[in-house]
Design a protein around this ligand. Structure first.
Ligand SMILES: Cc1cc2nc3c(=O)[nH]c(=O)nc-3n(C[C@H](O)[C@H](O)[C@H](O)COP(=O)(O)OP(=O)(O)OC[C@H]3O[C@@H](n4cnc5c(N)ncnc54)[C@H](O)[C@@H]3O)c2cc1C
Length: 417
């Protein structure tokens, strides 16, 4: 049994009676076959209780961490428990890349895919959009593979662990590429609102970080280097000033935790995440929430959140705004529409944060917002369900793939039903 009984942030102690770590896929299959109730656990980075259960958990950290590149089809099949950072360095050595990464390379591939984890970029779908096949252990212990193009596939990728324990995922690849990352200081929030679309269209991936109260933002602009590249960062952009040294998104935190900036070209995997694999990321003691708003409402939503600056700032480390391209994955927060993500890294003060989260949720309610499954939210479960047009199809899928409710938990009961 593993000693890991809390999530990464320590805000959740898993209610599970046991955490198993099988050493082979066969052991995992036997375990699932004899369990009445069991759920997969990834790298424990979710803040919500999406992974938790009062029964048993199974971690794939003990399974072999193989990766297999198929050059002809430009895909890689990876062990589901592998961390993105470890996968990325192996892909780079072989000359390949993924289209995007989240801000943190320490998160497991299966766990990230299961909740629709995303990076930024107007043209970049979330990380789950790279998945072309899912192999999972079903409730009877048998292996099942679902492939892109099959009728159920779009429901089986962002699946919150509800259909089984995923043992491997096949992901689309592209040839390795380089990225140049620069930071701009002091983007006025009024400019961010007025020129929202221009700002996010500036580069392959753009994030803006603000505390809302200062009236300004730091902008992280990640430019994909092309062969005929003549890009040089402007000293001034959107009224903001090119940073004269490396920055950390959270004021006062050391920039050495962050991936290289100042426009120095480097491999995709060492620029697209904000944080380096070898450092403990972010600010450590934190909680997170994120709300994904359809792009057509992004500017109004921005204004609605900005009005709450005085309520938000005292309990906030930092906010990040990103964009994500639409996809077809039923439970994805960007299903059917391009979105802007309004993310909040909170101080670890659950009682102080909860009412502020609720105020933000009320302010964003008119905009058909979907909360990030892996982060904290207080949105009423009926409202969450209304915001997923393919929820009935997902319920049918659950009934087909998990008729005995082997992989159920309270979270699924609340938000999926
Ligand atoms: C510091 C930090 C930075 C973050 N940055 C980002 C970001 O940039 N973008 C973003 O969108 N999110 C981000 N997140 C949120 C994070 O990506 C999600 O919560 C993600 O789901 C965590 O993955 P995990 O491997 O830790 O899974 P867990 O939290 O352990 O589990 C999450 C879900 O995945 C399921 N799951 C895990 N493994 C399997 C499996 N093998 N088979 C089936 N289901 C499985 C679990 O059952 C559960 O439902 C961040 C979180 C932290 C702590």
């Amino acid at each position: 049994m593993s000693a890991e009984r809390t999530n990464w942030a320590g805000n959740l102690t898993y209610a599970a009676t046991r955490v198993h770590t099988p050493g082979t896929v066969q052991e995992l299959q036997d375990l699932v076959a004899r369990s009445d109730r069991i759920r997969a656990l990834g790298s424990r980075h979710s803040f919500s209780d999406v992974a938790d259960t009062t029964a048993e958990l199974v971690s794939l950290a003990g399974l072999p961490s193989h990766i297999e590149v198929d050059r002809a089809h430009r895909t890689v099949t990876v062990a589901a428990g592998l961390r993105y950072g470890d996968l990325a360095t192996q892909l780079q050595r072989k000359g390949w890349a993924l289209h995007n990464l989240g801000s943190l390379p320490h998160i497991s591939v299966a766990g990230a895919v299961a909740t629709g984890t995303h990076g930024s970029g107007d043209g970049n779908g979330n990380l789950a959009t790279a998945v072309s096949a899912v192999q999972l252990v079903g409730g009877d212990g048998e292996l099942v593979t679902l492939r892109r193009g099959e009728p159920d596939f779009d429901g089986a990728v962002v699946a919150l662990g509800a259909l089984g324990v995923v043992v491997s995922l096949t992901l689309d690849l592209e040839p390795a590429f380089e990225v140049r990352q620069v930071v701009y200081d002091d983007l006025a929030l009024s400019t961010a609102a007025e020129r929202f679309d221009d700002i996010f269209a500036t580069a392959y991936s753009v994030s803006i970080f603000t505390d809302w109260a200062s009236g300004t933002a730091l902008s992280w602009v990640k430019h994909r280097v092309s062969e005929s590249d003549d890009w040089t960062p402007e000293p001034s952009w959107m009224g903001a000033t090119l940073a004269d040294g490396p920055r950390h998104p959270v004021p006062g935190m050391p920039a050495e935790f962050c991936t290289e900036q100042l426009g120095v070209p480097g491999p995709w995997y060492d620029r697209l995440p904000h944080f380096r694999l070898e450092f403990t990321p972010s600010s450590g003691e934190e909680l997170q929430s994120e709300y994904l708003v359809p792009r057509e409402h992004a500017v109004e939503a921005f204004g609605a959140v900005a009005k709450l600056a005085d309520r938000i700032a005292p309990v906030l480390h930092i906010s990040e705004i990103r964009t994500v391209a639409a996809d077809d994955l039923w439970l994805s927060s960007s299903y059917g529409r391009d979105v802007a993500g309004f993310h909040f890294t909170w101080k670890k003060d659950p009682d102080g944060v909860r009412p502020v989260m609720a105020e933000i949720e009320r302010a964003l309610a008119p905009y058909d917002v979907r909360p990030h499954w892996g982060k904290l939210f207080t949105v009423d479960s009926a409202q969450v369900r209304e915001r997923y047009p393919r929820l009935d199809d997902f319920r049918r899928l659950r009934a087909d793939y998990d008729p005995d409710d082997t992989f159920g938990n309270d979270f699924l009961d609340r938000y999926v039903g």
